[in-house]
Design a protein around this ligand. Structure first.
Ligand code: HEM
Length: 449
């Protein structure tokens, strides 16, 4: 059923189960993705209530396209992103409008295809070094392993060879505390709670201070020696505004670096963890994957140019991003009163789109809960909307970076190791900053043993 044919003033259906005062806060806190999934069949736009706040959930891919892409100029990023600003500063993630557009133009060349070619060598090397330390038969905490691997990749690509071990360890130790604390503050009911001198708040303050200090030092070092070191930060330091000729200020460089650290690690490590869960429970997929890797690479290290010739590997990555989209909630807010899908929305209305639930809609994807990389290889019908990285002017800037890192890591790790289940327990989804598995333990077996 859709509401798109209704008159502009028609009421929007409200999700069932609303409680007085609390609205839908209880199911949202308990399992937000389940709630968002359950209301998809109700209409193209469905209202949920969080206490006094109305949130309009967009279920139709056409309306998502309208709000996020074709009419994006008439929407702001909205509440969720504003709440990140005190912690993340004025990076790409928290800015919108003209300021965002100017900044995005400056940052874009650092993600150019030719740069990705160089970054791929770092990705492969980190993955190879990381799994070289595994002991055959050892039970591995895959969430921790993938977090350590991906945080080293982003730190090295961002800051280059100048990083010492202590700095990498500092990023790995403080970043999860910072991201988790920031997530809690974004949904916190009262800002004063976050200023109480509790152990958790003190740990967050320390993490934020240490990370900012570390990033400030690295920015300063790059500005002093401003040649191209092949890393991402060098590109940002060298960037000049085409209108004014001005470089980015040290604070802006720090904010962008913090944005890449917070946007580019957990998303990728979560995807890799789900991917290894799926491989461990789908031996036929793993077999086809290793056959492709053996045939195409024959044991040699993967390069950027090899990735185009690994269609099954890329389908495994794509299917993981479909079934386990890290982004489960994106928001926008109309700049003024607007009509959307035939429904009048008030100025400042909060709009929500969930890539995770769109990708599990049986109307778009047949047998949506099955992990079937083959669905991306059939290729004779128009593919359904696939939006793990969102769409429009605020679409993930690191999408090609992430796809390259995921494929290069899988090609490197899976060529050497099989990760097999320790138990039949499936990971439980936890909706935090990303839609993550709560826990995954797998046993490492050498493929050549
Ligand atoms: C599987 C991995 C990833 C996923 C699923 C993902 C997804 C997303 C999504 C959904 C957004 C928000 C878009 C919106 O509000 O419409 C976003 C923004 C962003 N992401 Fe990613 N991301 C991933 C990896 C990365 C990586 C590796 C980097 C950088 C190294 C990165 C950098 C960014 C930045 C800078 C933004 C803000 C873009 C802007 O507003 O201009 N992401 N990402």
């Amino acid at each position: 059923m859709t509401v798109s044919a209704t008159a502009p003033t028609a009421p929007v259906p409200t999700a069932p189960g609303r409680l007085p005062l609390l609205g839908h806060a209880v199911p949202l806190l308990r399992n937000p993705v389940q709630l968002l999934q359950s209301i998809r069949p109700i209409g193209d736009i469905v209202r949920i209530r969080i206490g006094p706040l109305d949130v309009y959930v967009l279920n139709s891919p056409d309306l998502v396209h309208q709000v996020f892409a074709s009419e994006a100029a008439t929407y702001r990023k909205g509440r969720f992103y504003e709440k990140f600003r005190p912690y993340q500063g004025n990076g790409l993630f928290t800015t919108d409008g003209d300021e965002h557009q100017r900044q995005r133009r400056l940052v874009l060349p650092a993600f150019h295809r030719e740069r990705l070619r160089t970054y791929t060598d770092v990705m492969r090397q980190v993955a190879a070094d990381h799994c070289a330390d595994w002991t055959p038969g050892a039970a591995l905490d895959i969430c921790a392993e993938m977090y350590a691997l991906t945080s080293e990749v982003v730190a090295k690509v961002l800051f280059g060879g100048g990083l010492d071990r202590e700095q990498v360890a500092g990023i790995q130790a403080w970043l999860p505390v910072f991201i988790q604390g920031m997530g809690r503050r974004v949904v916190s009911p009262a800002a004063w709670l976050d200023r109480l001198p509790t152990p958790g708040n003190r740990r967050f303050d320390t993490a934020q201070r240490r990370l900012r200090g570390l990033v400030d030092d690295l920015v300063e070092a790059h500005r002093r020696d401003s040649g191209d070191r092949g890393d991402l930060l060098s590109m940002l330091v060298a960037a000049r505004d085409p209108d004014t000729g001005e470089p980015m200020s040290p604070a802006r460089l720090r904010d962008e670096a913090m944005t890449f650290l917070t946007a580019g690690i957990e998303t990728v490590s979560t995807t890799l963890t789900w991917l290894y869960h799926e491989l461990a429970t789908h031996p036929e997929v793993e077999k086809r994957l290793t056959t492709e890797l053996d045939e195409e690479l024959g044991g040699r290290p993967v390069t950027f140019d090899d990735l185009a010739g690994l269609p099954y590997t890329r389908s495994v990555v794509r299917e993981t991003l479909r079934l386990h989209s890290p982004a489960w909630m994106l928001m926008r807010r109309p700049a003024g009163p607007t009509t959307l899908g035939g429904v009048a929305l008030p100025a400042g209305a909060e709009l929500l789109f969930s890539p995770a639930t769109l990708h599990r809609d049986p109307a778009l994807y047949p047998r949506p809960l099955e992990f079937r990389p083959e669905r991306w290889l059939d290729g004779d019908t128009a593919p359904p909307p696939f939006l793990p990285f969102s769409t429009g002017p605020y679409k993930c800037l690191g999408d090609h970076f992430a796809l390259t890192e995921l494929a290069a890591t899988v090609a490197t790790v899976t060529a050497r190791w099989r990760l097999v289940p320790v138990s039949s327990r499936a990971p439980r989804e936890v909706a935090g900053a990303a839609l993550s598995p709560d826990r995954l333990v797998l046993t490492a077996r050498r493929r050549d043993a």
